[in-house]
Design a binder for this molecule. Structure first.
Ligand code: ADP
Ligand code: MG
Length: 214
């Protein structure tokens, strides 16, 4: 049995065509089913539905043989014990610094001001501002970071954006790009050796599907 860890939402939706091109379809829709383990049309492949930030944990411990996780999640959790053969180019977005539209970020950085940064991505933020030599107080949030600058919790946020619609709707602007983010295939290193004959064809099928999409 091969176990693939996926999160609901974007990653699941954008993984479906990749599975499809390998001739694999889930037997249930996780958005409507309450099941956490979902079979597929391939008898020896099952899906486990996990929170996006939990995917590397399931794969690292071998509870899932492989998984699909955003680069953001991998940077936060570290990639120890994980083999990352493929950028699947799905769930693409950007990790950015954003502030209220009237905040002078460049000026604050130039003055050497201490910045309060609200984010779910504490490691990425620490790295980014550390490399720039900007002193920050990191404030860990679990949701809706966009609210923080509006109510004075922080001057800036570090968050993922794709369209920028949420930022615009809340009178916020991108002040700095940190890095592009997309989802990666991750594989448990031991499983890759022990189940190589089952896993490698799946990796190859994903690889071919990604190349075909360009
Ligand atoms: P959760 O709400 O469980 O924290 P999300 O469903 O918001 O997770 O995001 C899951 C993954 O999708 C993220 O880890 C990231 O890689 C990707 N992602 C998040 N936000 C966006 C976005 N705006 N556009 C595209 N992909 C995104
Ligand atoms: Mg979300």
């Amino acid at each position: 049995m091969i176990t693939l860890a996926l999160s609901k939402g974007r990653i699941f939706d954008e993984t479906l065509p990749l599975l499809e091109s390998a001739g694999i379809r889930p037997l249930e829709n996780p958005e409507t089913s309450r099941k956490l383990i979902i079979g597929t049309t391939r008898a020896d492949l099952r899906l486990v539905i996990v929170r996006a930030s939990d995917t590397p944990t399931y794969v690292r411990y071998g509870a899932a043989d492989l998984g699909i996780a955003g680069k953001d999640v991998l940077l936060e959790s570290g990639s120890e014990g994980l083999y990352q053969p493929l950028d699947l180019n799905i769930a693409a977005c950007r990790m950015v610094v954003a502030s209220k539209s009237d905040f002078d970020y460049a000026g604050a950085v130039q003055r050497g001001a201490r910045l309060r940064v609200a984010t779910k991505y504490v490691q990425i933020a620490r790295e980014h501002f550390g490399a720039k030599g900007v002193h920050v107080d990191l404030i860990k949030l679990y949701g809706s970071m966009e609210l923080a600058p509006l109510v004075g919790l922080a001057e800036v946020i570090v968050d993922l954006v794709s369209s920028g619609n949420t930022l615009r709707a809340n009178d916020l602007k991108v002040v700095e790009e940190i890095q592009p983010v997309s989802s990666r295939l991750i594989i448990n290193q031991a499983a890759l050796k022990l189940k190589h004959e089952q896993l490698q064809p799946l990796v190859n099928a994903f690889d071919a599907a990604v190349k075909l999409r360009g």
